[in-house]
Design a protein around this ligand. Structure first.
Ligand SMILES: *[C@@H]1O[C@H](CO)[C@@H](O)[C@H](O)[C@H]1NC(C)=O
Ligand SMILES: *[C@@H]1O[C@H](CO)[C@@H](O)[C@H](O)[C@H]1NC(C)=O
Ligand SMILES: *[C@@H]1O[C@H](CO)[C@@H](O)[C@H](O)[C@H]1NC(C)=O
Length: 470
């Protein structure tokens, strides 16, 4: 029996590898097959799979636990370490809270020009030196934040000393310190917005009583305005000119460690095991991983944009929205503005869906051309959202509760990019995806031809799920 089990696993992995090879039409598939066979000889497969499940999708390695509404984050809060008479509290090695911490900008931060080649690299960076922060404390607590985390850098320049001098400037409001990474990308910015929202929630504050302190030296970027809209006041470290005491300062969770991030930094073996499994059983991997306060986050986000008229489902008049990805200059490191994952036959698709759903509303937009508020009102009145895999689909977080998300992938983009599939899952949205496997449909300059019949079928399926009684 055991042997049979083992053989069936070999078969399974073999087929998965073949599938992988077909999709990628390159050596990778073959190498992968050998690698998997080698793996089978080395280790017990079941334990890798178990490991992949546990470490990636239960969210437990992140300390966020299971529950959907707040309990997950509460479990993180229970993992607290308090020192300095409560002036320092670290939570789950992910975030920290400080009482009466002094930020001293004099000579303690340098803003340095750097050459950059990637979109998330700052053109200039902040180099902090010892004493940038100081806290009243007898002795520096020993504490470490998880992963390759900028909070460790901040902690290393924080002086813990028995006496600190009073500053003229005092900020009593809850202030959330954030370092943005891929600041021009909506998904990554969303992880920061969500983390900051969680901090506000955990520390019992309100948007009007919460400030953001950006301890990075990125340009503002197109998404900066969102920070301004969501919170009371946003300030860059470089604009702080005098020593300031923060009565309540939070070091927010790093974007890459956000609960919104579908794949944490996991060991390569479990990532491989996961990518195999994902082609077979896309959902069970993360059925337990729910996210705290997601409905509150939606209300908060839309509320700050004064959008309160949520759409009810009207099966006589569905609203379908295509998000068109088009070449545009999102940040200074992509001066050509050439972007991947574009649709070749936008017009054909929208005519097809219009004909399919006569009397319903079918719209298509290049979202980034619109002000954020307009983007959000479009999203919050959409029943079926269709788009190529791309950061704009992060807005699925703000679709109506009954909505459907249809995600398309070109052949060259791995469906193991689970960001939006996970969001749809957490929000209990209907989710359908399709990946092109045909070479001929991939055109020059990252255009993919989407067969209208395929999309038509998907839209019909979504319609049947939303409105099963029609
Ligand atoms: C730390 O966790 C304990 C439970 O483990 C809880 O009672 C306490 O309130 C927490 N303290 C802080 C400062 O969050
Ligand atoms: C469908 O709803 C839209 C607004 O979402 C409205 O503009 C349109 O007139 C409606 N169409 C019909 C046929 O009722
Ligand atoms: C999720 O949606 C389905 C219908 O699509 C509904 O039956 C179910 O109750 C929903 N679950 C939650 C937790 O909202």
């Amino acid at each position: 029996m055991k042997l049979f089990h083992k053989y069936s696993q070999v078969l399974c992995f073999g087929i998965a590898a073949k599938h992988f090879g077909r999709k990628h039409h390159n050596l990778a598939g073959v190498l992968f097959l050998f690698f998997v066979l080698w793996l089978l000889l080395q280790v017990n497969v079941t334990s890798i799979v178990d490991f992949a499940r546990k470490s990636q999708y239960s969210g437990q390695n992140k300390g966020f636990g299971y529950d959907g509404n707040g309990d997950a984050i509460l479990s993180l809060l229970k993992q607290n370490v308090s020192a300095c008479d409560g002036s320092f509290v670290g939570y789950g090695n992910e975030l920290a809270f400080f009482k009466n911490i002094v930020l001293n900008p004099f000579k303690n931060a340098e803003f340095v020009q750097e050459t950059a080649d990637k979109q998330w690299t700052a053109p200039k960076k902040i180099v902090f030196s010892d004493g940038y922060f100081s806290v009243k404390c007898k002795k520096k607590p020993s504490y470490e934040f998880r992963g390759n985390n900028h909070l460790n850098k901040w902690f290393s320049v924080t002086r813990f000393q028995p006496d600190i001098s009073k500053t003229a400037k005092i900020e009593p409001r809850l202030t959330i310190a954030v370092e943005r990474y891929e600041y021009a990308n909506l998904f990554h910015s969303m992880t920061d917005f969500y983390n900051a929202f969680l901090m506000m929630k955990i520390f019992n504050s309100t948007p009007a009583e919460t400030n953001i302190l950006l301890l990075d030296y990125h340009p503002k970027g197109l998404l900066y305005s969102i920070w301004d809209q969501l919170f009371n006041n946003v300030i860059f470290a470089k604009d702080i000119k005098e020593p300031t005491t923060y009565n309540n300062l939070v070091w927010s969770i790093m974007g890459y460690n956000s609960p919104l991030y579908p794949c944490g930094k996991t060991p390569i073996l479990s990532q491989i095991a996961f990518s195999i499994l994902n082609d077979w059983t896309p959902l069970w991997m993360y059925t337990n991983s729910l996210i705290s306060y997601l409905s509150h986050f939606k209300k908060f986000f839309l509320g700050q944009y004064h959008i309160r008229d949520y759409k009810n489902l009207n099966c006589q008049n569905l609203s379908v929205l295509f998000i068109w990805r088009r070449d545009y200059i999102s940040h200074i490191y992509n001066p050509s503005g050439l972007i991947t994952r574009k649709i070749k036959n936008e017009n054909e698709l929208s005519v097809k869906i219009q004909n399919l759903l006569k009397g319903h509303l079918v719209r298509g937009v290049q979202l980034d051309k619109l002000p954020v508020k307009e983007q959000l009102s479009l999203i919050s009145t959409t029943d079926i959202l269709i788009g190529m895999h791309g950061a704009a689909l992060s807005f699925s977080l703000f679709l109506p509760d009954h909505a459907a998300l249809l995600e398309l992938y070109p052949r060259y983009w791995p469906t193991t990019n689970l960001h939006f599939r996970s969001m749809a899952h957490w929000r209990n949205l209907t989710y359908l995806s399709w990946q092109n496997v045909d070479y001929l449909y991939e055109k020059k300059y990252y255009y993919t031809y989407i067969p209208p019949v395929v999309l038509g079928k998907m839209v019909k399926e979504a319609q049947n799920k939303l409105c099963p009684h029609l």
